[in-house]
Write a protein of this length. Sequence first.
Length: 322
Amino acid sequence: MISRSSQRPLNEQTVGDPTGRGERSLQRKHSGVWLACLAGVFTGLAGGCQSYLLTVEDRVCRVGDKARLVGKIEYRGVFIFNKGLDDRKLSFYVDDKLVGTDESNGEGYAGVKYRCDSPGNHRLFVAYDDGATRWAEASAGLFVWPDDRPIVVVDIDNTLAKSNPLKLVFKSRDRSPPMEDAADVLGELSRHFHIVYLTARPRELFVKTRRWLDQHDFPAGPVLTWDEDKDPWSRTDYKKARIDQLQDEFKHITIAVGNSSKDHEAYLKRKLFSIIIKPEKVPGPVQYGVRLSGWAEIRELFERNPKLYEKNFSHKTYVKLP
């Protein structure tokens, strides 16, 4: 049932942080992300420390629903801390059409409500200007989907990308090699599923992450990142909360792919069938899911179990291992 053709990703984005190096200080207790503290220092010294940092991430919405489009404007500190800016008017555009404006609150957030009437992938653009000068801008995708097909949630680090945290944070571009067969198999699955990329990478790495996915021909889909100012610090709690938000809008979120026990715990709590990638371990069953060595085995799993494609597939369903 898997076809080799795939949906094409969104075009490259233009952003208010043109260097793509908007990483900032994060706490050690969030696994791996503490390296962003050091990145804040180095990006500031590397020439290109901007006065303002404007970020926006992808948004997914069901056809006919209203979505809140959110931007975040901050002052980039001298050292490693960014400070939310209040009373800054942000303008929101969808496909180059102005859909509303809002003033930021004390944490730098501003947002507008938008009715998602037109199915498809749209360009979401946010700008901060004072009428005379445009100080910052950022863009992402607005994905408007009918609730007519199942959704697969996919992690990124060591699930799609062989990530090196030091290189990911310190380099201006993400040069992580993709996992073997990952782009091909996920592209094949995108013929039958909507794809959501759910990562614990911080919001400041959104641009770099989106660019990497596009560069390696991964199928189109929203990239959901972690925001240290509003999301839980626990990786498991963060992913559970994000899946909760998706399940509020979409009924058929059936399968999730990750690489860690934290991923498995979050998927299990939200009753998703788990596919956990562990190249170093023998493939086998896990609670309400499977452990496989890589994406070639994921392809075989779907070929052996056509019921995985069903919209109402249950995480408790028995499947045949590849």
